[in-house]
Design a protein around this ligand. Sequence first.
Ligand code: NAD
Length: 303
Amino acid sequence: MSKIAWIGLGHMGVPMSHNMVKAGHTVRGYDISDAAREAARANGVDIADSVADAVRGADAVFTMLQSAKVVEQVVTGPDGAFANMPKGTVVIDCSTIGIDTARLLAEEAEKLGVGFVDAPVSGGVQGAEDASLSLMLGGDIDHVAVAEPLLKSVGAYIVHVGPSGDGQAMKVVNNAMMAVGMATACEVSVLAQRLGLDSQVFFDIVTRSSGDSWVFRNWFPLPGVVENSPSSHDYEPGFMIDLIHKDLRLATATAAEFDVRLDTAAAAAKLFADASAAGAGERDCTALAVTLGADVEKATAGV
Ligand code: NAD
């Protein structure tokens, strides 16, 4: 069993670090939020006072943070993970941060005698709780060999895609499709309501028809139909609107760099940006349906 440092104890980090504890690893965690630290402590995670304190003496360091900017802050600099973790150990970053940041951080890690693996995940909070996440890894074979056995405690499908950045490349394309699907599911759910279609009937038919998708099935945006969808829990995240918007910005920026049209992702980004500007940035991404005019009371009661 290993000594794991876990930085970032949010919606994903809490259940993932809990699964590490359940697998028998010793987990020392850190988060800037008091509530996050308390949630992890209740799961048997030993709470450190800082990033440096968490990573000292660790066999491996996990990060699960919002964005490229936050991951950079946490791993680089004199108080960061790279400078304070034992030489030869590896940071396994499960956040969605984009290709360029992953490559830069891997180069920076190498200069300091440590490793960096990009290991973004798919499957949402439910997948994190069930340890059924898909993980897409980018990095040197030696570093990936350290990451893979540990990741079996949090995920069910673990693939080494290629060198540094390739895990993020895979995540960018997956999430472009996921986020466009989410935006479509929200828009069409409002239309279905306006047409007088019962939410349950709408769900049952689409999930047996060609409109079906993972997001529609798991994150159906009207309440009272899919028990585990955040829409059935007052749109508490889950996956925040500001984070799905971040992923769409990563997708559109990457597409622009490669001179590829990604107009549907740009349209979805605009919808989520408008929802965020309307104050819904920290609600679950299914709440886009509400900002687009879904009648939540009607959906709950059934039409
Ligand atoms: P989150 O905002 O719930 O969690 C991030 C945590 O990082 C927060 O608790 C925050 O307090 C903490 N944090 C911020 N700055 C910090 C710092 N300097 N030091 C220590 N902790 C710090 O986000 P999440 O939903 O858990 O997502 C994390 C990452 O995983 C994101 O990149 C997201 O895109 C990706 N992701 C999320 C989901 C999902 O369904 N939520 C699914 C797949 C991938």
